[in-house]
Design a protein around this ligand. Sequence first.
Ligand code: RP5
Length: 206
Amino acid sequence: MQARKEPLRGRLPSAVWKVASGSMKDSDSEREINLEDSTMAKVSVVMGSDSDMPVMAKAVEVLEKFGVDYEIRIISAHREPDIFVDYAKTAKDRGVQVIIAGAGKAAHLPGMCAAVFEGPVIGIPMKTSDLGGVDSLYSIVQMPTGVPVATVAINGGANAGILAVKMLAMTDSALAGALHDFIVEQKESVESKDAKLQSEGYHAFL
Ligand code: RP5
């Protein structure tokens, strides 16, 4: 089985797919591409199944809101381990700085990402029908020492996106500014609700 060739990416020109390092040729047009000038995915969003998409979309929405370049993949560590290993081994060369990995049940995808990829991995445990997502949560959070996965809440897609933005903002002042604005807006939203509560009473919220 061969690795999938053209992952969906956010905010990327279509020519920038098969990334190694230095310069390369786009196989469709044979144009020489200077990777120094290309926009590469900073975050890789990966999920074990398309059934995870509604939760993973919440992470992607945050990345898009902040204008963070990303790639998004469906890769099952269990059902296609060869493709998974190729994906995780080459993530760094594709410019990926953070992986957001979501999975459910015996959720080994985030942990295996952390085993192969040297950068930070954020894990999203999926809520499951049989065990309510506790199976996913324990599978993702209980990593051995030395191989951490920063695990968010069950179905915590949005927080995974925000955490990735916070990681990238440490070395990106523009992103740090946007993050600050988001935090201020969030605070003001709560303040305005409390002001409404004080002026109109709790019935205004029912
Ligand atoms: C995991 O198994 C996936 O992440 C998904 O949450 C769960 C169930 O997968 P499907 O049977 O819905 O494909 O690998």
